[in-house]
Design a protein. Sequence first.
Length: 439
Amino acid sequence: MSIVRQGALLGLALATLAVTGCGNSGDAQLRLLNASAGYAALDVYFEQSGTGGTPQLSNVASGTVSAYAGVTPAAYTVYFTSHGVGASNALASQSATFSNSNRRTYVAYGDSGSFGVLEINEQQGSPNGGYANVEVLNADPDAGSVDVYLTSPGVPLANASPNFGAVAGGKATSFASIPKGTYELRVTGAGKNTDLRFDLPSLTLADQETLSLIITEAPGGYLVNVMALPQKGSLTTYTNADARVRAVVGVTGASSVTTAVDGTTLVSGAPAAAVGTYVLVPAGTQPVTLTVNGSAVSVPSQTLTAGQDYTLLIYGSPGSELESWLPDSNIPALSGYSSVRLVNAMSASGNPLSLAVDFVPVATNVPLGTDLPSGAASGASAYDTQVTATTTATVTVTDYTTSQTLYTMNTATLGAGDVYTMFMFGSTSAPVGVFSQDR
């Protein structure tokens, strides 16, 4: 797993309300890190009364940290807003009392509609010589609880224990004292050292450094990125430069399908109606190989977005194979709901399909080789419609052209927050449905 490193410390113009530049001697020094994927730019107001003032931290872009603002020591209400909307339209607010020379960084995170804030106390004492102090903030609740490892480079995780275990979304750890040196930084699902979400081959902890590691969201909702912010220092973003891909076989009459991306095998000898598991592959433009029933098929290279999940759908018939790359959104569904989408891989039919859950339409007129309805608007997602979580759902797939019921699954369990795909294979006379829990 490779990582792209980006330095990003941006100074921003600051308005004046108990604030002038970086403030006067003795002022509290406050800044904002916008680690949110859902809010392009944020403002922060420090108000002693009312909400009619101007922001002290303004237009802080996603993925950046502001300059410090000096704030006169006093009690305030702190308002976090989207840029330009005013404190009365706050996404979140909190009370805070600042004393002389307080220094802290607010960390804003979350998708649209799920905003949150963490704090970094930047008044930590220096660690002992030969050591660094490190904390972890999980600013990606969609990732769930994670384990964080700092090991000697190349050490298998099977032989290691996490330095920070089960760090829940929206939570921060205590600081841990770690010997200075160069480490491999890895993030996994909590308690699952094979569930690799992030791998940075080399991270150097300087002597007596105080460092905050912030876990942030990647596009697919499952892999993560990491930001590193030294106390009073500049931000570095480590972008997860891998993607996850799974292969799904919808080729009519196929008895053996093998495919690989950049030499990494997705499935080998897979039959029709097979749904593979996700595999990590490098992002960027990568070569793709495909063999169907022992015959090589020419397939173009594919450009993969870093941190994104994909389904490589292989369909058609032997000798007339087609490929479709479907972006998967494995962001957990809203509380009390499940995400369900339909993928039409019924190569022997060719007709569009429709999906209903408990007889309520979820997807209508989905053509072969896709997961979106015909004529869907640009930017539409197959996951736009969410359904109530239940243990007794009736899932029905019909032929959109003929209204024939092709597949029915009774008493299906749809877990709260879970993500599912209904894959349909075969023909109208012999349909095959595979209901996959993707997350």
